[in-house]
Design a protein around this ligand. Structure first.
Ligand SMILES: CC(C)(COP(=O)(O)OP(=O)(O)OC[C@H]1O[C@@H](n2cnc3c(N)ncnc32)[C@H](O)[C@@H]1OP(=O)(O)O)[C@@H](O)C(=O)NCCC(=O)NCCS
Length: 378
């Protein structure tokens, strides 16, 4: 057997062959199924992009209409799931609530017919349709309110905003959320996607696949950086403090949140799109001083760290956008999860098509051949 060098975090080791998305980190290019993220953000919708990711092609007009219709009519969650969610502690993190609720779907749809395209499509529709309802339901329930029913006259993103706030969604706000979902829908072999593929490779059900990926996304090293960006901007507090803050970070070797990326060595294309969305939001709903601080921070970090390829990543402007849209900070990662369900399902389907169960090896560095010591002699 070939002995390979151990790489912590499997850095640089391909875990799959995939045709879903591609990143060119030197040139700041992200493509889903070969289509640039900028084109999708400006011309597509989240559901169309999800279809592209999962089935590999942009849908024709009738295909998209049918898919949208199916998702629209599966947005309600079973009352037993709502009742289960009502028992969750209010202080629990919404990602934990989402993980438990996604896993619970598997109890209701326990048939596993993984070779049947109709089963695959039904699971895709059900997960895309119900995950936003679950996120919004937990948000209302933890405030002591009943969740609201999805509204059939609203599209995917507008309905999500409505279910969160119980208010008529603003069309620009809804479009901006939809674009945010497009931007977060997929990003090659990251930790949660790997988790999804490992779970998928055991031929378990898709609800377990998504639940395991949600659990993985919940960690601060993966989904949580945009929350920390908001905290950092609030800590900086004023324009005069930006330069001393950066200098202090450099002197103490502290990471500046929302900057740097393992793959991108230029500005993340999603950050550029999000910055543009933030500007549209502030133009319509009022200025945010933290946006000025963020822009100043970007300039100074570029001046100091640009030579190392440290530029804003996707998390730098997304928190500002979500905050302006009234989304509570601890829902930033669940919103990310709503989007990433599309990518996880695309990888689930791709994994099933050429499945081999993941069974890596290890480098054993423990003791060997010890005698068993009876308990009274230890
Ligand atoms: C994303 C991240 C983990 C990538 O890390 P990585 O590829 O392992 O890069 P490294 O941590 O090895 O950093 C390489 C160099 O850039 C510096 N660097 C990287 N990100 C930095 C940041 N955000 N602020 C300041 N310096 C940074 C490192 O200090 C290191 O400098 P050195 O070579 O002088 O030691 C890292 O940039 C980071 O922690 N960023 C902040 C958190 C964040 O925004 N995460 C969301 C990612 S989408």
């Amino acid at each position: 057997m070939m002995v390979c060098e151990f790489k912590p975090g499997l850095e640089g080791i391909p875990a799959a062959e995939s045709s879903i998305s591609n990143v060119d980190g030197q040139n700041g290019i992200l493509e889903y199924r070969g289509i640039r993220i900028e084109d999708l953000a400006s011309q597509s919708t989240f559901l169309e992009t999800a279809y592209l990711l999962i089935w590999g092609e942009l849908p024709k007009k009738e295909e998209l209409a049918e898919f949208e219709h199916e998702v629209l009519y599966h947005r309600r969650i079973k009352y037993r799931i709502r009742d289960m969610m009502k028992c969750f502690p209010e202080s629990g993190h919404p990602m934990d609530a989402l993980q438990a609720s996604a896993a619970a779907l598997g109890l209701f749809y326990s048939r596993r017919d993984l070779h049947n395209p109709i089963y695959i499509r039904d699971a895709v529709v059900r997960l895309l349709a119900t995950i936003p309802t679950m996120v919004a339901a937990f948000q209302l329930m933890r405030k002591g309110n009943d969740p609201v029913r999805p509204r059939d006259d609203l599209d995917y993103a507008a309905n999500f905003l409505y279910m969160l706030s119980e208010e008529e969604p603003d069309p620009l706000a809804a479009r901006i959320i939809d674009v945010c979902l497009i931007l977060h829908a997929e990003h090659t072999m990251n930790a949660s996607t790997f988790s999804a593929r490992v779970t998928a490779s055991t031929l378990t059900d898709p609800y377990a696949v998504v639940a395991s990926a949600v659990g993985t996304l919940g960690g601060t090293l993966h989904g949580g950086a945009n929350e920390e960006v908001i905290q950092m901007l609030e800590d900086i507090g004023s324009m005069e403090n930006v330069r001393p803050y950066v200098e202090n970070c450099l002197a103490t070797k502290a990471k500046i949140m929302g900057f740097g990326h393992r793959v991108y060595k230029v500005k993340d294309p999603r950050a550029t799109i999000l910055q543009n969305l933030a500007e549209q939001l502030f133009a319509k709903f009022g200025h945010d001083k933290y946006y000025d601080i963020a822009q100043e921070l970007e300039l100074i970090v570029e001046e100091k760290l640009g030579h190392k390829g440290i530029y804003p990543n996707v998390d730098f402007y997304s928190g500002l956008v979500y905050k302006k849209l009234g989304i509570p900070t601890d829902l930033f990662t669940p919103v990310f999860a709503i989007a990433r369900v599309a990518g996880w399902l695309a990888h689930w389907k791709e994994q099933l098509a050429e499945n081999r169960i993941f069974r890596p090896t290890q480098v054993y560095n423990g003791r060997q051949h010890l005698p068993y010591t009876p308990i009274d002699q230890r």
